[in-house]
Structure formats: structure tokens, C-alpha cells
Design a protein around this ligand. Structure first.
Ligand code: ZN
Length: 141
């Protein structure tokens, strides 16, 4: 399982996509890093194990014929999938849905802490710095 606190930085589809970079083991047409990232998934870096930033669903052992959204929704209610299905895209989460997802992330985080998970200070840092910290500074002319 990925660190829950890190999830708050992964609202950004590009940040999710970056987790797959040069590491994804498959070359399937129906299960690409871009499609997985747009569907809310983050790559764990381990085999083909991914996890949704919003609902926390974990999936692995992908096959060429899999449909990402079907797998994501199986016995699962995901706010992010509802957003995509209602015509939303990876880049237009509104505030209301964003807050619902954050609440879900915090609920899971608190559950994990109750179960004895320990978070590092660096997890919190990632939370607050977000992906902005990784952007290159503007070039001076
Ligand atoms: Zn989900």
C-alpha cells in the first residue's frame, strides 16, 4: 500500500502519470500509463500494482483485454470514477468533488493511523509542497 498522506499530492493527473514513467512493465493498448493515470491510478513501482488516489482501490495482474474503468468499479464506489463517468475529465475536478475525495483520503489516513500506521514527516511535506515544488524555476532572460 502506498502512503496515504502522499495521495493528496496526486489530484494532478500529470503527477499520477509521472509515477509510471519508464517503469510500467506492460505494452498493452487498453491499459496504458496515461489511461491508468486519467482513471485515478498511481503506480506503486512494484510489478503492475496500481492504486486509486481517490478510493484507494488496489489492482494488479493486468491483462491485455482488461477495461480499466470496469476493473476500477468492480464492487467499488469511487467518487473519481463517478466524476469521469458524468463527463468530467482528469483536469476539471470541481471544488465539491475535490473536497469529497479529500475527506475520503483523510478518512482512510485516520483509519490507517488507528491501525498502527506510522507516517514520516516527509509524507506531510509532500502533502503541502505538492507538485509545484518539482517545477523548474523560470529562466531569466
Ligand atoms: Zn477510485
Amino acid at each position: 500500500m502506498l502512503s496515504e498522506a502522499v495521495f493528496a499530492t496526486l489530484f494532478d493527473a500529470e503527477a499520477r502519470y509521472a509515477t509510471f514513467k519508464d517503469k510500467w512493465p506492460h505494452d498493452f493498448e487498453n491499459v496504458t500509463p496515461r489511461m491508468l493515470a486519467d482513471n485515478g491510478f498511481i503506480y506503486s513501482g512494484n510489478e503492475d500494482h496500481v492504486q486509486c488516489f481517490a478510493c484507494g482501490k488496489e489492482l494488479q495482474n493486468w491483462e491485455e483485454t482488461d477495461n480499466i474503468m470496469d476493473e476500477h468499479q468492480r464492487r467499488n464506489e469511487c467518487i473519481y470514477v463517478s466524476h469521469i463517468k458524468s463527463g468530467g475529465s482528469a483536469s476539471d475536478l470541481n471544488l465539491e468533488r475535490g473536497i469529497m475525495i479529500l475527506k475520503e483520503i483523510y478518512r482512510r489516513t485516520i483509519g490507517a493511523i488507528d491501525n498502527g500506521a506510522v507516517f514520516e514527516a516527509s509524507d506531510l511535506k509532500k502533502c503541502f509542497n505538492g507538485s509545484k515544488a518539482k517545477r523548474k524555476p523560470k529562466k531569466k532572460l
